[in-house]
Design a protein around this ligand. Structure first.
Ligand code: IPM
Ligand code: MN
Length: 366
């Protein structure tokens, strides 16, 4: 069991610092209760790093990340940088840290939380029981392919969707390995009726599947998948996607959980794992203390699971979230549909989770 863990916190922009601060407090109480030594260091990324250092990923941040056991990220992005080219925006810092850390498999669990089905615009009988794990390839496809350019004299722009067979094999293996421990089904998403990249993707995933006779494989086109996810979310177990398709479908999956603010993620397979909630920086609600901290807190649980081997503690955080949500605790984004809910602030919601965690072990609340 890992007793010592160096965690780099890159809270970033918008609501990032608010929700990440709460995730860190939860990690601190886990450390205190379990007698673990978690060391936290903070560095800038994204828009705040551009403002302070003129670059969205300062060398010092990258160095600290490579020197840590796990990186906990909040969110990056702010409207004030919208006019900049992609390579100079806050998001470029996120893409660079992803590339440098090397994690290629981004795990995005999407779960219909008991008690939150009223919050989903989908009918409860459609969402209840849904439990999907997206495995999004994170280092390839359109996000990283070259050539890429906006040629203003020619009034034309292009990006490149590119995958090698090896890149598909390694992420497919992660998906099949995880499916083996779950309900033994992988749904691979592509657009093989149009794109050569998707044809390579489909052929490769089909080959990898032969090594996993116990796991059922199905293929879906991304457009159909976008619809099936809303019609029959319970039909899916592990959903394997390339980078952009996974970005889009995992936001859509926020509809299943009732709020994008509930979704955590973990990126594994590289030198240092990277943990970030699926939601963005939400500048419109930043600084108001109303953001939902549960996505970030559930992200901290994934950190304990995948970087510390602390499965019991990870599950305890998830159980604590389930408990408080089940008891009706709601931040503003979760208050939809509930009957006269008492709307909690970011800190109040997080305090409830820490309380539920402490009750479990009989520890005092800090
Ligand atoms: C996500 C985000 C990022 C992505 C952005 C901020 C670059 O939307 O993590 O889903 O597209 O990967
Ligand atoms: Mn996204």
């Amino acid at each position: 069991m890992t007793k010592k863990l160096k965690i780099l916190v890159v809270a970033g922009d918008g609501i990032g610092p608010e929700v990440t601060g709460e995730a860190v407090r939860v990690l601190r109480s886990v450390a205190e209760q379990g007698g673990y030594d978690f060391q936290f260091r903070e560095e800038p990324i994204g828009g705040v790093a551009i403002d302070a250092h003129g670059t969205p990923l300062p060398e010092s941040t990258l160095k600290a990340a490579l020197d840590s056991d796990a990186v906990l990220l909040g969110a990056v992005g702010h409207n004030k940088f919208n006019a900049l080219p992609p390579s100079e925006r806050p998001e470029a810092g996120l893409l660079k840290i992803r590339a440098e850390l090397g994690g290629f498999a981004n795990l995005r669990p999407s779960f219909a939380w008991p008690g939150l089905s009223q919050n989903s615009p989908l009918r409860p009988e459609v969402v209840e029981g849904a439990d999907i794990l997206f495995v999004r390839e994170l280092l390839g496809g359109l996000y990283f392919g070259h050539p890429r350019q906006w040629d203003k004299t020619a009034n034309a722009a292009w990006n490149t969707m590119r995958y090698t067979r090896d890149e598909v094999v390694r992420v497919a293996k992660v998906a099949f390995d995880l499916a083996q421990k779950r309900r033994k089904k992988v749904t691979s998403v592509d657009k093989a009726n149009v794109l050569e990249v998707s044809q390579l993707w489909r052929a490769t995933v089909t080959e990898v599947a032969k090594e996993y006779p116990g796991v059922a494989l199905e293929h879906q086109y991304v457009d159909a998948m976008a619809m099936h996810l809303m019609n029959q979310p319970r039909s899916y177990d592990v959903v394997l996607t390339e980078n952009l398709f996974g970005d889009i479908l995992s936001d859509e999956a926020g509809v299943i959980t009732g709020s994008l603010g509930m979704l955590p993620s973990a990126t594994i397979g590289g030198k240092v794992n990277l943990y970030e909630p699926v939601h963005g920086s939400a500048p419109d609600i930043a600084g108001k203390g109303i953001a939902n901290p549960l996505g970030a807190i559930l992200t901290a649980a994934m950190l304990l699971r995948y970087s510390a081997g602390l499965e019991e503690e990870a599950a305890a955080i998830e159980a604590a979230v389930k408990k408080v949500v089940g008891e009706g605790a709601r931040t503003a984004d979760l208050a939809r549909g509930a009957e006269k809910p008492q709307v909690l602030s970011t800190t109040q919601m997080a305090a409830k989770v820490r309380e539920a965690l402490a009750v479990r072990t009989g520890a005092s609340v800090r």
